[in-house]
Design a protein around this ligand. Structure first.
Ligand code: ASP
Length: 345
């Protein structure tokens, strides 16, 4: 390990990497090679920094598995050279990307900290500087000669979250994210306070590796009163459909109408995994608690417990991209693999 940790910034796009051109009033991406000029406070950190940027930085609404693979590949390429990573990403889909990356990186022993901002770096009231500086500080933080964080996290507005537990809650507040079902990992105040009980530590000594996510035909269906038989069966008839994430009500409940249950039965019988998750922001699925979920257990829906929608979608894509036989997806989905859900709470 180097004396001063070396941190790699990966800029993918989003507001955080923008500066206002005061002549034209237009937001432009800034060159991270000049990062010390733009943010001289970085000189105070006990670490060295280098950066790589996407050739064409993107608004995170354009994110997709292709770019997740690109980010993960950069992480793998630099794994033996750097001590930690800060990924700059638009805030809109950051929870999806960061969740996906958490699954793709196996036996991760280094910090991968995603951050972004609601306002660009040059803006008078920007949140970008604080988010960036503290994300770097966290990535460089070591204790007993090892990185304090050894997992994928999101740092935003004074809080560090486990990435695959987060969801974006606000399009305008500086506090844009929440982690409703898992405690905050660290808080930044006068000093950085880590909540050590929450840190992820893999006990095995296996080598770091990367598993790509390939595009898969999966569908997110959010239940709502008035969903018709036609609409549902039309969606489920998509040719070569590979999986469904069902955002059900409350603790995983769904209508008991025969047409609804028959539709579920027919896709599960085709070997297509259907994940039962809750559309509530917090709390867990408890399959079989009510009559309205008892039949879902019999049909063979997969229990998503307290997983977020972002994590459920990316975990399903990840499992479909691995060599796991279709009939074993249920078994693997129902086990936490990166601390993304709590089973039986
Ligand atoms: N639309 C932007 C994005 O997600 C917003 C942001 O950067 O926060 O890329």
């Amino acid at each position: 390990m180097t004396q001063h940790p070396h941190i790699l910034i990966i800029y993918t796009g989003g507001t955080i990497g923008m500066v206002k051109d005061y002549n034209s009033n237009v937001l432009k991406t800034f060159n991270f090679d000049n990062i010390y000029q733009k943010i001289p406070e970085l000189n105070l950190l006990q670490c060295s920094i280098s950066s790589v940027s996407f050739d064409k930085p993107i608004d995170s609404s354009n994110m997709k598995p292709y770019y997740w693979n690109q980010i993960a590949q950069i992480i793998e390429d630099y794994y033996n050279e750097v001590d930690g990573y800060v990924i700059l990403h638009g805030s809109d889909t950051m929870s999806y990307t960061a969740s996906a990356i958490s699954f793709m990186l196996k036996n991760l022993g280094k910090p991968v900290i995603f951050t972004g901002s609601q306002l660009p770096i040059g803006d008078l009231r920007t949140d970008a500087k604080e988010n960036l500086i503290t994300a770097i500080e966290i990535a460089a933080f070591q204790e007993n000669d090892e990185p304090m964080i050894q997992e994928v996290c999101i740092y935003f507005e004074y809080k560090l979250y486990r990435a695959n537990r987060t969801t974006k809650l606000s399009a305008e507040q500086f506090e844009a994210y929440d982690s409703p079902n898992y405690p905050i990992i660290a808080e930044s105040g006068v000093s950085l306070k880590f909540n050590k009980n929450t840190l992820k530590r893999d006990k095995n000594e296996l080598a770091f590796s990367l598993q790509r996510i390939l595009p898969h035909k999966i569908l997110l269906i959010k239940l709502h009163p008035g969903l018709t038989k036609d609409c549902l069966s039309h969606m489920l008839k998509i040719p070569e459909l590979e999986g469904v994430v069902l955002e059900a009500y409350g603790s995983g409940n769904a209508p008991t109408d025969e047409w609804f249950l028959n539709n579920m039965k027919s896709i599960v019988n085709k070997g297509i995994p259907v994940i039962d998750i809750t559309q509530c922001v917090g709390g867990s699925v408890i399959m079989g608690k009510y009559e309205t979920s008892a039949e879902l257990v019999n049909i063979g829906l997969i229990n998503g417990y307290d997983i977020t929608t972002e994590s459920a979608i990316t975990k399903l894509m990840y499992l479909l991209s691995s060599n796991i036989p279709k009939e074993e997806i249920k078994y693997h989905f129902e086990k936490p693999i990166r601390g993304e859900m709590t089973v039986g709470r």
